[in-house]
Design a protein around this ligand. Structure first.
Ligand code: IPE
Ligand code: IPE
Ligand code: MG
Length: 252
């Protein structure tokens, strides 16, 4: 581990210096976008971009682990992505299985814990089964939490939390006066995780229904690089930029 950190510290990023190891964001969330356009630019089918994007997932996960990031949340499929052509959706639903076959061994070796946020309803059996295995095999791990947002939509998440809280009020388990920000937070899918410190999105400058509650005071970083081209150096550059930001939370 120490060797890894010193390798990283000695690593020149394309920007300029080294990554200071204090002030590493605890939770980094990424909206991985631009896979389709990356493929189209090369005359390839869109799904080739999704496959290539797995390499960026590997590089970024390795870098996050080495830096000591605690949680890496990756937006892999939104509740709105069902609107895509069936062939593409089918392909995306097979990717978790392929990803796990390729990566699980290394993730276990690195003590990574795989988690999932999103709605299980609507996901094919084979996708759920692959993810279940990955979660079970890594649930005792204590290192980086690698949190996939799959069939995730923030508005649906908030609606569900409102329903759950309303039900508890109705049954007398809670009173209206008990409802505050931290209670709402515990009813979200991210319960137990801190809010993202840094959000990275490739290619577009919008949130696309991602973590609307949790991003209230997150630092936002937009990169014009297609996700399949987003490398370790791009990730380190984002971390350096984060380290330069002054977070005021409404104060002076
Ligand atoms: C992001 O890439 C991956 C998913 C949303 C599943 P896109 O597939 O959205 O790629 P573009 O934005 O069409 O280029
Ligand atoms: C957001 O990307 C969802 C994921 C990265 C999984 P989209 O490509 O679906 O977002 P829009 O449609 O450009 O807003
Ligand atoms: Mg897109």
């Amino acid at each position: 581990m120490l060797q890894k950190i010193s390798n990283l510290m000695n690593r020149q990023t394309k920007e300029d210096g080294h990554i200071p190891l204090e002030n590493i964001p605890q939770h980094v969330a990424i909206i991985m976008d631009g896979n389709g356009r990356w493929a189209k630019q090369r005359g390839l089918p869109r799904v080739a971009g999704h496959r290539e994007g797995m390499k960026s997932v590997r590089e970024v996960t390795r870098a996050a682990d080495e830096l000591g990031v605690k949680v890496l949340t990756l937006y892999a499929f939104s509740t709105e992505n069902w609107k895509r052509p069936k062939d593409e959706v089918d392909y995306l639903m097979k990717l978790p299985q392929d990803y796990i076959n390729l990566e699980l061994e290394e993730l276990i070796e690195k003590n990574v814990q795989i988690r999932l946020i999103g709605t299980e309803e609507g996901l094919p059996k084979h996708t759920l089964e692959a993810l279940k295995i990955a979660r079970e095999k890594t649930q005792e791990n204590t290192g980086l939490i690698l949190n996939f947002a799959l069939n995730y939509g923030s508005r649906a998440e908030i609606v569900q939390s409102v329903k759950d809280i309303a039900t508890k009020v109705k049954t007398g388990e809670l009173e209206v006066k008990d409802i505050d920000e931290s209670l709402v937070q515990t009813h979200l899918l991210t319960n137990g995780l801190t809010d993202p410190d840094l959000l990275i999105r490739t290619k577009e400058i919008r949130l696309s229904n991602f973590m609307l509650w949790q991003l209230a005071y997150t630092e936002l970083y937009f990169s014009d690089v297609y996700w399949p081209e987003f490398s370790r150096d791009h990730f380190l550059k984002a971390i350096l930029e984060y380290q330069r930001r002054v977070r005021r939370y409404g104060s002076v």
